[in-house]
Design a protein around this ligand. Structure first.
Ligand code: HEC
Ligand code: HEC
Length: 269
């Protein structure tokens, strides 16, 4: 029977079932009270710190399997990426998003020859750890040496802020947040990403090399944009400042962790 159905849930609460649940519940309570480290919340935070340091290690050295290059070689240890060759910044992107992208690379829904080799042998806990690590790193925007065409900036800004409704293209900021700063945890920031990277990704949604976007949200939009418009929005967002989600604070970190979509992994390899 489906354990989530209301009927089985009622069964669990029927008088015959209630008593057996009492003992485990008392046991759990005893464990929580007696455990060193105190409250469940403090324990969870300790676990998170350990995961972040594992993530830091993976970022510096890979996960130990052959072929697993340190993330830092390409994304740098501070997560700033390499704007000149279109390696994205990942610092301060949410753990949920980083996790989802790496899983996408593993599952082949995101075509990424560079990344595929690196993360082939990653377990879900490796991915979680490294995603958490980079979500907590702060890094200022790096210099982007691409050529900027000032005549495209206002077109880019207009598409970003108002969309092109006559062609059913919504404003980018509806999903990517004011000034492209992202809407955590699911919508990545795109402000301050390099122009090369942004153009490359919009094009890869358009040709469906990248199909990990929920509901095909980006594929639909990218396939309607003309080349000049892609260049314009890429240039506009590349000119903005990335957000500063970097610090771990009680306000932002626990949410990002909890929302990692482990449940939807039924068809994982
Ligand atoms: C050999 C270079 C290389 C290494 C090493 C590497 N990456 Fe990447 N990564 C890339 C490139 C290039 C892209 C973007 C283009 C693509 O998807 O192929 C990318 C994309 C990503 C993205 C998607 C970013 C976004 O905004 O969507 C994430 C997340 C990421 N890498 C995380 C990692 C992590 C974590 C590691 C270490 C375990 C790592 N990468 C190691 C080259 C690398
Ligand atoms: C309806 C919501 C929605 C709108 C509107 C939208 N996007 Fe997206 N976009 C997404 C989602 C969701 C993702 C993340 C997809 C994934 O998980 O791979 C994304 C990802 C991206 C990425 C890749 C980011 C990265 O770090 O790799 C780029 C670039 C991008 N969008 C650009 C744009 C531009 C430019 C526009 C406006 C023309 C736009 N988006 C409008 C939902 C949207």
């Amino acid at each position: 029977m489906d354990p989530s159905s209301p009927r089985s849930f009622r069964n669990m609460l029927s008088p015959a079932r209630r008593r057996p649940l009492l003992l485990p519940a008392l046991f759990a309570l005893a464990v929580l009270t007696l455990c060193p480290g105190g409250t469940p919340r403090a324990m969870a935070e300790g676990g998170q710190a350990a995961e972040i340091s594992l993530g830091h290690l993976i970022a510096m050295k890979g996960n130990g399997f052959s072929g697993s290059t340190a993330c830092a070689e390409c994304h740098r240890i501070n997560g700033g990426g390499m704007p000149s060759v279109g390696i994205p910044r990942i610092a301060g992107q949410t753990a949920t998003y980083i996790y989802r992208e790496i899983r996408g690379v593993q599952k082949g829904t995101r075509f990424s020859p560079f990344m595929a080799r690196v993360v082939r042998n990653f377990s879900k806990s490796d991915i979680r750890a490294v995603a958490l690590y980079y979500s907590t790193v702060r890094t200022p925007k790096l210099h982007d040496p691409s050529e900027f065409d000032p005549s495209l900036r206002s077109l880019g800004r207009r598409i970003a802020r108002r969309g092109l409704w006559d062609r059913n293209i919504p404003a980018c900021i509806l999903c990517h947040g004011e000034d492209g700063r992202g809407i955590p945890p699911n919508f990545p920031y795109i402000a301050g990403q390099s122009k090369t990277y942004l153009m490359q990704q919009i094009k890869s949604f358009a040709v469906v090399d990248r199909k990990d976007d929920p509901e095909g949200l980006m594929r639909g939009i990218a396939s309607k944009l003309k080349n000049r418009e892609i260049k314009a929005v890429a240039q506009y967002f590349a000119s903005l400042t990335p957000p500063d989600y970097g610090t771990i604070s009680p306000k932002n970190s626990p949410d990002r962790l909890r929302l990692i979509p482990e449940k939807k992994e039924a068809n994982s390899p």
